[in-house]
Design a protein around this ligand. Structure first.
Ligand SMILES: Cc1cc2nc3c(=O)[nH]c(=O)nc-3n(C[C@H](O)[C@H](O)[C@H](O)COP(=O)(O)OP(=O)(O)OC[C@H]3O[C@@H](n4cnc5c(N)ncnc54)[C@H](O)[C@@H]3O)c2cc1C
Length: 407
């Protein structure tokens, strides 16, 4: 039997463990520091409906579909109305596009995107702001690209690396493996926590040893077999310190962004916006990065208006220290600005995620470009392949294939 150790029980670690556990001939051991699996994935099941406390939507991909279907988690496609997206400029304005659709259109009505995508590639070390000014003009960069990316990556376009954020999208060779279900945006129907629970059950049924509440550090003798470190960038530093001190030092210096999520339920109102959500450019007097309209995005839990307000990142790092009443005041003020009328929620769920996601800066880009790992050490997670869940799950198949456990 070949042996693999996985450190970190977020989606990166779980999907790595899944790739090995499903194949005969592998003994898999998974270590998770917390007393639950899932990492940044967590669902609150409340009297008003369920609410995702971090990720809610996945850009559908074959590897994601495979994971969900194999562990028995039903996939729910986003509603038709979710194609509407709003951007706030004095009032909410319709912008029926996501970043994936926005970039091709802004870069020459899509034609250049198809015929000469290589010409759109960012320069090494270039920021999104510099790339945007060069390719699509400052107006579109500030009012479309900046809020759209700020809502996903929580960073400022002046500091985000264009290669890390847009590089893959602009890579002429990048292709998505076709999926059975023809949907672009999906979610696990019963919530991310249910997907995690089903994945855990699948792993335990295949004799994966799962150690909860067990922070793990690697010792040199551990690297006599493959070890996958699937934690956040910062958390990886102490894990690899004894086997790769220079790498640990770089990981410890990775800038991280904290996020705070306020889920709030309201009675339905005829004036409720119908769409994915609304983004707020930095100069619009709103502290939130964006708000998501959960009751519209996915066709479930529609008894109440369900919104998720996202704070933090580079725009409002101080929100990480705010207590619940102060956060709810903030939501009340921001929502009044969006809808024109103040309203008190009938229910709320609040979650703070300190050091949640890496800041995708040119410094991280440089670090990744020069990454040098000792034999048998593998890194997985959102700082390696990007923030999106489907990409993280896809990467687990790449690691498995590299170690001889591919399809
Ligand atoms: C508010 C918010 C909204 C988001 N929305 C979306 C979205 O809609 N769609 C999307 O695709 N993505 C979204 N994301 C991003 C996505 O959730 C993350 O990129 C992804 O979940 C990261 O998974 P991971 O496994 O790499 O890391 P994590 O989830 O951070 O997991 C790392 C795990 O490692 C464990 N660990 C740390 N140190 C040790 C140790 N020494 N030993 C053992 N275990 C250890 C931690 O406890 C943790 O469980 C969102 C993120 C946030 C914060």
């Amino acid at each position: 039997m070949a042996r693999v150790t996985v450190i970190g029980g977020g989606i990166a670690g779980l999907s790595c463990a899944f790739q090995f556990a499903r194949r005969p001939g592998w003994t898999v051991e998974l270590f998770e520091a917390a007393d639950r699996l899932g990492g940044l994935l967590q669902t609150a099941y409340t009297p008003w409906g369920m609410a995702e406390l971090a990720a809610r939507a996945v850009i559908h991909q074959a590897e994601w579909e495979d994971l969900c279907e194999t562990v028995g988690a039903k996939i729910l496609p986003a509603s038709r109305h979710s194609r509407n997206r709003y951007i706030f400029r004095g009032r909410p304005r319709k912008m029926p596009l996501g970043v994936g659709e926005l970039v091709p259109i802004l870069t020459g009505a899509g034609r250049r995107f198809v015929t000469d995508r290589a010409a759109l590639r960012p320069y090494p070390g270039e920021t999104v702001a510099a790339w945007g000014d060069r390719q699509i003009g400052p107006g579109a960069t500030r009012y479309l690209l900046a809020p759209a990316l700020g809502g996903i990556y929580a960073g400022d376009v002046e500091r985000l690396s264009a290669s890390l954020i847009l590089g893959r999208m602009l890579d002429p060779k990048a292709k998505r493996t076709p999926t059975r279900l023809k949907a672009r945006t999906v979610t696990p129907e019963a919530g991310f926590s249910d997907l995690i629970k089903k994945t855990e059950a699948y792993l335990r049924a295949r004799r994966v040893a799962i150690h909860l509440g067990t922070p793990r550090r690697l010792a040199p003798e551990d690297l006599d077999h493959p070890c996958i470190v699937a934690t956040s960038a910062r958390q990886a530093a102490p894990v690899v310190e004894a086997v790769a001190p220079a790498l640990a030092d770089q990981l410890a210096r990775t800038e991280m962004l904290s996020l705070t999520v306020v889920c709030a339920w309201y009675p339905h109102d005829a004036k409720d916006l119908k769409g994915f959500g609304c983004l707020f450019p930095a100069d619009q007097g709103v502290r939130a990065l964006g708000v998501i309209f959960n009751d519209v995005l996915f066709p479930r839990d529609q008894s109440y208006r369900s919104e998720t307000w996202i704070y933090g990142g580079d725009r409002s790092p101080e929100t990480a220290q705010m207590d619940d009443p102060a956060l709810l005041d903030l939501v009340r003020a921001d929502r009044a600005r969006l809808t024109g009328t103040p309203a008190a929620p009938i229910g709320t769920a609040i979650q703070r995620w300190p050091d949640a996601v890496p800041y995708y800066t040119p410094a991280l880009e440089k670090f990744l470009a020069t990454l040098d790992l000792p034999p048998n050490l593998h890194l997985a997670g959102n700082y390696i392949v990007g923030i999106g869940l489907a990409k993280i799950v896809e990467h687990s198949t790449v690691i498995a294939a590299r170690l001889g456990a591919g399809t």
